[in-house]
Design a protein around this ligand. Structure first.
Ligand code: HEM
Ligand code: HEM
Length: 234
């Protein structure tokens, strides 16, 4: 591959809060998926609230976080995504690398966030009435027709999550093997090796201190915990 001969340099790409968000989300969704049975519905519920907290945090970080974590830096039109994908097979890293999500990846991020938010939100209105008689915390506040619709969406939307996550993971692995670009490693370590010729693009990222993200995350957890506690008590 010609890209192996290019001189590479290590740059900083993702701040700590984004990386923590990502892998905590993977663990929380995995846990919720694994525990969607009656005996461990309490763990399912807890994992769901964790997802809710993480998504709330990520939306706020999408407005106040590091420059490449902000929605306005990576949410592009579908036309931009298509234009990017057309260039992708032949384009070099120099031509295609973004100091954040590329236009196609950015759309995928929005879709994933939406699907995961819908799953956690509808869970709040979902019931299990056969074995454990479990009600989501907001079921008692809404008409039964509304709760039934939410229940239905909770069971149907998971299939869209399978498809989106499947695509997402295949794409990440595709970059690794077909383009020799380690996006996965970057989501773990926060750094990536890129051709020295384009390092300036990444050095322009403006990072927010990690403690600000962690503080927002803790506040989000507090808000979710308070709302659920009040709803359960009411
Ligand atoms: C439940 C499963 C998963 C969900 C819901 C999910 C969701 C997301 C989201 C929302 C982002 C955007 C990160 C941000 O800007 O905050 C993202 C990025 C990313 N995810 Fe995942 N993810 C999942 C699993 C995985 C797995 C298993 C891998 C590794 C194979 C992976 C690799 C990546 C990579 C490499 C990026 C960065 C893409 C880029 O450079 O633009 N994800 N993911
Ligand atoms: C993103 C987070 C969540 C994920 C990924 C998730 C996933 C799932 C899945 C895959 C099922 C089984 C669907 C089926 O069998 O067709 C399920 C059922 C269920 N979920 Fe969730 N869920 C989440 C959040 C929540 C939350 C926050 C609650 C309640 C507080 C909740 C309550 C329930 C209940 C009561 C069931 C029915 C159990 C049953 O039918 O046996 N879920 N969820």
């Amino acid at each position: 591959m010609h890209s192996d001969k290019v001189e590479k340099t290590r740059i900083r790409l993702w701040d700590f809060p984004v990386r923590l968000f990502h892998w905590a989300l993977v663990v929380a969704i995995g846990t919720a998926w694994w525990t969607n049975q009656e005996a461990i519905i309490n763990i399912h519920e807890l994992a769901g609230y964790t997802v809710l907290t993480l998504v709330l945090f990520r939306i706020i970080w999408g407005f106040v976080g590091s420059s490449n974590a902000r929605f306005k830096s990576f949410v592009k039109s579908p036309f931009a995504a298509v234009a990017y994908l057309r260039k992708l097979p032949k384009g070099s890293e120099e031509e295609l690398a973004y100091a954040g999500h590329n236009p196609a990846g950015g759309l995928m991020v929005v879709v994933l966030l939406l699907l995961v938010a819908v799953q956690a939100f509808t869970g709040l209105f979902t019931s299990e009435n056969t074995f454990l008689f479990f009600d989501g915390p907001l079921v008692k506040y809404v008409p039964s027709g509304f709760a039934n619709t939410m229940n239905y969406i909770h069971h149907a939307n998971i299939n869209l999550i399978y498809i989106a996550v499947g695509l997402h993971v295949v794409a990440s692995i595709g970059y690794l093997f077909l383009k020799n670009e380690n996006l996965i490693g970057a989501m773990i370590t926060g750094t990536r090796k890129v051709p020295a010729s384009i390092a300036a693009r990444f050095n322009a990222i403006s990072f927010k201190p990690a403690w600000q993200g962690l503080l927002i995350l803790v506040i989000c957890a507090g808000i979710v915990a308070a709302v659920i506690t009040v709803a359960r008590a009411g």
